[in-house]
Design a protein. Structure first.
Length: 319
């Protein structure tokens, strides 16, 4: 389990790995967070300077039909820098038909990717025992009364409700009733909301989703910003796979555009230099994620219903 990412990164299981394969693992997804700064000169599945020896590299989406006539269009290739398309409009969407149309909205949805081994000496995104499983886990927060005037349950007390066996860092030896913890609800919040969204989407078939931010907790993509816009880091690919792609899919959701913005947690929570630019870059690695800039717009035509809508994605973090 400690070397669990070896197959994905180096293309071989850890008992069969060479010294170069281990160096590759510690470059891309280092167990314990102590990363190697350089790729190996030799490995089992070259090229050795990439993180996808297991064949799971993100695929480029199908090019838009109009890219043939305008290859420089905003939808055809990423900008040289993350701010390159700020304020620009994505090509208009046309949604024909006279049926009732639906738009779904969601925000503050992304959990912790506890199975990620971060680079740059960062700690694993695990705050309680069992939080290192694949898929989203929860970041327990303080609980207050309705008017937020009385603290009912401190974070470190609430944490014990999630721990089995008890967490040594929690201040209480057990989960106190005042925390209001409900097993099966509080410990799988993102999955329950996603299941409700999927059930509703299967009934109503929304044309697109408005995603209003805080996509990855607790500090966005868990690496420093600055990855070239033409590349998708292993860290970003891992978090998108476990927190987004593996959660929001099925009838009514798969293939539908997600018109997205950054929340404060996507910038880094209390900082502004985490991998927010990788969320923008993912636009050109996905058939549905749409975030060409921190702020941008989308025109939507409903030709058979006789109206249109302009949607403005605004990044209020700058305010």
């Amino acid at each position: 389990e400690y070397f669990g990412e070896m197959k994905a990164i180096a293309g071989v299981d850890w008992p069969d790995a060479t010294e170069g394969d281990f160096q590759r693992l510690y470059l891309c997804g280092p167990p314990g967070g102590k990363a190697c700064g350089l790729p190996p000169c030799a490995c089992s599945k070259p090229p050795c300077n990439t993180c996808y020896g297991g064949g799971g590299a993100p695929k480029a989406p199908t090019p838009s039909a109009d890219c043939a006539s305008d290859p420089n269009g905003i939808q055809c290739k990423p900008p040289p820098t993350a701010m390159g398309y700020k304020g620009r409009a994505w090509p208009a969407m046309s949604l024909p038909g006279t049926k009732e149309m639906h738009i779904f909205a969601i925000g503050d949805w992304g959990g912790l990717d506890g199975s990620l081994h971060p680079i740059e000496g960062r700690k694993q995104l695990v705050v309680y025992n069992g939080g290192n499983k694949a898929g989203p886990s929860v970041f327990p927060r303080n609980r207050w009364n309705r008017d937020t005037t009385v603290l009912l349950c401190h974070h470190y007390t609430f944490l014990q409700c999630f721990c089995d066996p008890p967490c040594p860092t929690a201040t209480n030896p057990r989960c106190t009733p005042g925390c209001g913890f409900v097993k099966g609800v509080d410990d799988q919040a993102q999955i329950l909301v996603a299941n409700a969204l999927k059930a509703r989407a299967a009934q109503m078939d929304p044309q697109f989703i408005l995603n209003v931010g805080d996509n990855f907790y607790w500090g966005g993509i868990e690496k420093t910003c600055g990855t070239p816009m033409t590349e998708l880091s292993f860290t970003a690919h891992h978090q998108f796979t476990n927190i987004f792609e593996g959660v929001y899919n099925g009838p009514g959701l798969s293939g539908k555009p997600w018109l997205s913005v950054l929340g404060n947690h996507d910038w880094g929570g209390r900082v502004f230099n985490n991998g927010w630019d990788q969320q923008i870059a993912y636009t050109w690695h996905s058939d549905r994620w749409r975030m060409p800039a921190p702020y941008w717009s989308q025109h939507v035509e409903y030709p058979d219903l006789g109206f249109s809508a302009d949607i403005y994605m605004i990044d209020s973090n700058a305010m």
